[in-house]
Design a protein around this ligand. Structure first.
Ligand SMILES: [Zn+2]
Ligand SMILES: [Zn+2]
Length: 334
């Protein structure tokens, strides 16, 4: 089967139309007709080969929403025509301890949708049935794409950390990931404090459901909530004064990062010891939790705030994201 997509042909190149053959459908494979695909920062990192693992020509895109076109003969949970989503991961081994435990996203031999294979900036994409997530009835397909990567990335920590509805929580960095985190935590029942360095976003952030916006560049504002937060989720990938955030945690509070900060994070031991605080991190989440998250989104009408571009305008969309103008997530429409 022939796939028509948009590929980077070299490091940092613009995307150009590119067609390739998918080859025979494996017995556990699912082919998807792509309706929408979100743009994630990881797509940019892969286009620019920031992680040294990009292979060109390379079709980005891993926040895919579409319809099942074909299924292999061993696929039991899906049928042709089903509406589905496919995120960062496309396959896992289904037999290791992590897979058997339901943590397919921690499988050591899993495959990512855009690493060594082509993604969803195309008319079709292929995945293993385990990661092709059936969409709940009533979901808004035009906005759901970013939930498949960015959404589950910030939803999983809420479960991992056992965040309670009575908790007071903080979110650092209100972009694509952070704005979805605010919406989840708000509907979870929490009091939500947003940390942002951009005063222009304040009203937007309050509209998303935050109870309070703290200017992260103002130390006295951080001090004003010292010892109050039960949970902090960091979504930025830049180095901050982490200790000043640890000081805002209540005793037994947890600081959790999903932002891939490249430099080592300076965490003074005493800031953890006094007050039994902890620091952790996580990647995306399991397929089962992704499904649960989508149900939660439909129940509460939680969607990312998206800007829609046509798939053929992919280069303009990428430029918009690179210039920091995305409010707050971009979706490409086929
Ligand atoms: Zn992503
Ligand atoms: Zn596995």
């Amino acid at each position: 089967m022939k796939v028509n997509g948009y590929a980077a042909t070299a490091e940092k190149s613009k995307l150009t139309p590119y067609s390739y053959e998918l080859g025979p459908l494996g017995s556990e494979d699912v082919d998807i007709k792509v309706s929408y695909c979100g743009i994630c920062h990881s797509d940019l990192s892969m286009i620019n080969n920031e992680w040294g693992m990009s292979q060109y020509p390379f079709v980005p895109g891993h926040e895919i929403i579409g319809e099942v076109l074909a299924i292999g003969d061993a696929v039991k949970n899906l049928k042709v025509g089903d509406r589905v989503g496919l995120g960062w991961m496309s396959s896992s081994c289904m037999s290791c301890e992590q897979c058997m435990d339901g943590s397919h996203h921690l499988c050591g031999s899993s495959e990512a949708t855009i690493v060594g294979r082509n993604g969803g900036f195309a008319d079709k994409v292929r995945g293993h049935w385990s990661w092709v997530i059936p969409l709940p009835e009533g979901i808004d397909m035009s906005k759901a794409g970013p939930l498949l990567c960015g959404g589950i990335t910030v939803f999983n920590p809420i479960i991992l950390a056992g965040v309670k509805p009575t908790d007071k929580v903080g979110v650092i960095g209100i972009g694509g990931l952070g704005h979805m985190a605010i919406k989840f935590l708000k509907h979870w029942g929490c009091e939500v404090v947003a940390f942002s360095s951009n005063p222009n976003k304040k009203q937007d952030i309050l509209n998303m459901g935050a109870n309070k916006v703290i200017n992260s560049r103002a130390p006295e504002e951080l001090e004003s909530i010292a010892g109050q937060l039960n949970f902090i989720l960091n979504t930025t990938n830049v180095s901050l004064d982490w200790n000043s955030y640890l000081m805002t945690l209540a005793p037994k509070g947890r600081f959790h990062t999903v932002g891939a900060v490249l430099e080592p994070m300076a965490i003074p031991a005493f800031s953890l010891i006094m007050g039994e605080k902890s620091v952790g991190g996580s990647p995306i989440g399991s397929p089962a939790l992704t499904k649960t998250m989508l149900d939660f989104c439909v129940r509460h009408e939680i969607y990312p705030q998206v800007e829609e571009f046509s798939m053929s305008d992919v280069n303009e969309a990428i430029a918009h994201l690179e210039e920091g103008k995305a409010r707050y997530r971009i979706v490409l429409k086929n």
